[in-house]
Design a protein around this ligand. Structure first.
Ligand code: DON
Length: 308
């Protein structure tokens, strides 16, 4: 007798096989270390609310979080400061612009949302920083709890982005000049680069997405990482802003809150159902994994995951 679990395993394996031949897209090279990635790595993973782990392909291959860090650091900021205080610094509107756009609301100078770089740099800066718990320690600890295991930083990717990240550095100075950056731009950007360089696998990403889907409680460890309302707030912003200027098309076709990253990681969450992740480094022009987008879209259609 075939079970629902068999159906998930079969679907992941079949979609992995179907899209492994896709050679469209380019590996990111504006962070030079990312250009050294194996362009053909391809992993899929899904974790259910009862902690079952399903995967296909290179689901245990390491890569860096990049922008997939943003919703999780946003969750940590919301937990520390509350929604109203965070919204004073970062808005929650779709920008319809690229991830690295100069996103400043006329009048307040607030970035449109915490998923674009400008908003994410502020979110990072909002994480408390105290002598006993430095800002980055809090972020690494929080990301690790979302993943359910101790994560670390890929020092080569970190150094590579720190050496070349002038656009983000410029964004941080611009934010400081218009108002909404509560800390020194140099410190904020250094922490942001480090969070982007945290090393994960597709299985880690599925656990992180599953924690958001599970009301902030990691389904593998039982750890209550963030309060339930915070998990819902983050999923809402992922749904409207997580895929940048492709967010509307993604919600239309795939129908799940999601977040992409330039190393090729991609997450999607089915509230109260599952966390889903893909890893494949060839990207489309919006900075989204081509195979990841294809596989998650096909999985949503095949298993009827569209929320609307
Ligand atoms: O800030 C950057 O440019 C990178 N560290 C992250 C950008 C990113 O992942 C955009 N997402 N697709």
């Amino acid at each position: 007798m075939s079970t629902a679990a068999d159906a998930v395993t079969d679907a992941l394996r079949e979609l992995h096989a179907r899209f492994a031949g896709l050679r469209d897209g380019l590996v990111a090279d504006y962070i030079p270390q990312l250009a050294l990635t194996d362009p053909d790595a391809f992993g899929l993973a899904l974790i259910s609310m009862d902690g079952h782990r399903y995967s296909a392909g290179d689901a245990a291959a390491p890569f860096t979080l990049q922008s997939v860090s943003k919703p999780f650091v946003y969750a940590l900021a919301l937990s520390a400061l509350g929604l109203d205080e965070v919204c004073r610094w970062v808005n929650a509107e779709p920008s319809g612009e690229a991830y690295n756009a100069v996103s400043l609301e006329p009048g307040t100078g607030r970035p449109d949302n915490a998923m674009v770089n400008a908003g994410a740099i502020i979110t990072t800066a909002l994480i408390p920083d105290t002598p006993d718990a430095p800002r980055f320690d809090r972020i690494l600890d929080g990301l690790s709890r979302f993943a359910g295991r101790r994560l670390d930083v890929d020092e080569q990717v970190y150094a590579s982005e720190a050496a070349t990240g002038d656009r983000n550095r410029a964004l941080a100075y611009l934010l400081r000049s218009t108002g909404p950056l509560p800390v020194d731009p140099v410190a904020a950007i250094d922490t942001y680069f480090a969070q982007c360089a945290v090393r994960v696998t597709a299985l880690d990403l599925a656990a992180m997405a599953a924690t958001l889907a599970h009301g902030g409680v990691n389904p593998l460890t039982g750890d209550a990482v963030v309060p339930e309302p915070v998990a819902a707030q983050v999923l809402a912003v992922m749904a409207t802003c997580g895929m940048y200027d492709a967010s509307g098309d993604w919600l239309l076709r795939v129908g799940l809150p999601a977040k992409s990253g330039v190393s090729g990681g991609l997450i999607a969450a089915g509230p109260a159902r599952f966390g889903l992740a893909a890893y494949s480094p060839r990207l489309d022009p919006t900075g989204t994994s081509v195979r990841g987008r294809a596989a998650l879209g096909a999985l949503s259609e095949r298993l009827g995951l569209h929320l609307m």
